[in-house]
Design a protein around this ligand. Structure first.
Ligand code: 5GP
Length: 292
């Protein structure tokens, strides 16, 4: 048998520190699973950025769900034909899907609120619609985090949570976002927990976000209804974008090119709604919470 390479005292110290930190991460993750704060899909996402979680044994993870002991964890893996020695990083997509069906959110679907995602090209009027919906009390409207600078009339915690780059990085690393995306040189993300809590409490949730983020939501929460807000016409969109102030010729051209790109993605969405009148869009969105 080959003899393992001899470690220097520094290497031994570093290895020890790494395994202690991995042990602490695993214990903290299990505690968050037990309290219901982390769902399986959040753990799978965390595993992409955290080696300690990627290397956790699946059986250990399942055992930490409230009310699931070792016996049930092993029996479940057996029934799903997943090896008891499998680690999170070794799970295939089909196995992940099976596990997520086995350990869904514990609230029956019928009592959960609807998740509606309002997206569309820049300048189409999404934020006006979201503001109007906030007044109706039919929706809980998510407040996003962003790294962009607050505009003069915006309030931290009401319009956005204004994050530094470092705060945003940390939130991404801790899988605190349901989705996030780069847009116009800043980052924007939807805090996951408030959305999950509101849905669990039976509230309808509205996310007003750009298109790349909307696509991520569909991947992570397939039950979400994706609404694409269309301008009444291309000319109308151009005039709304131009009404936005003192852009240089170059910036203006970039905005229009981006809008064209965004409009081309409308077919990915479940529903297209034309923004002729804000009240009509509001009624349509409220209708989605009862008729779907
Ligand atoms: P603004 O900086 O003008 O407030 O927003 C710029 C764009 O970012 C808008 O299209 C808005 O819908 C989008 N946005 C706002 N919050 C989020 C978010 O949490 N995630 C994503 N992906 N886009 C967002």
């Amino acid at each position: 048998m080959p003899t393992p390479p001899k470690l220097t005292p520094e290497q031994r110290k570093a290895a020890l520190a790494k395994s202690t930190s991995a042990r602490q991460t695993r214990a903290a993750t299990k505690a968050r699973v037990k309290s219901g704060e982390l769902t399986l899909s959040a753990i799978f996402e965390l595993a992409t950025v955290d080696e300690a979680i990627a290397k956790m044994r699946v059986v250990e993870l399942l055992e930490s769900f409230a009310g699931v002991g070792k016996v049930r964890a092993i029996a479940t893996l057996d029934r799903l034909s997943i090896s008891q020695t499998r680690r999170v990083q070794g799970l295939g997509n089909a196995q992940r899907a099976k596990l997520m069906r086995e350990f869904p959110d514990r609230v029956p679907a019928i009592h959960r609120g609807k998740l509606i995602v309002l997206s569309g090209p820049g300048g189409v009027g999404k934020s006006t619609v979201a503001k109007a919906l906030r007044q109706t009390q039919s929706f809980w409207v998510s407040v996003s985090a962003t790294t962009r600078i607050a505009r003069h009339n915006e309030v931290d915690g009401v319009d956005y949570f204004f994050y530094s780059d470092e705060e945003f990085d940390n939130a991404v690393k801790s899988a605190l976002f349901l989705e996030w995306a780069d847009f116009a040189g800043s980052r924007y993300g939807t805090p996951r927990k408030p959305v999950e809590d509101a849905l669990r409490d039976g509230k309808n949730v509205l996310l007003e976000i750009e298109i790349a983020g909307a696509r991520q939501v569909k991947d992570r929460a397939p039950e979400a209804v994706l609404v694409f807000l269309q301008p009444p016409s291309w000319e109308e969109l151009v005039s709304r974008l131009e009404g936005r102030g003192t852009d240089s010729q170059e910036r203006r051209a970039a905005r229009l090119a981006l809008a064209q790109d965004e409009l081309a993605q409308s077919s990915f969405f479940d529903i297209n709604v034309i923004n002729e009148r804000v009240e009509e869009v509001v009624d349509r969105l409220i209708g989605l919470t009862t008729h779907q």
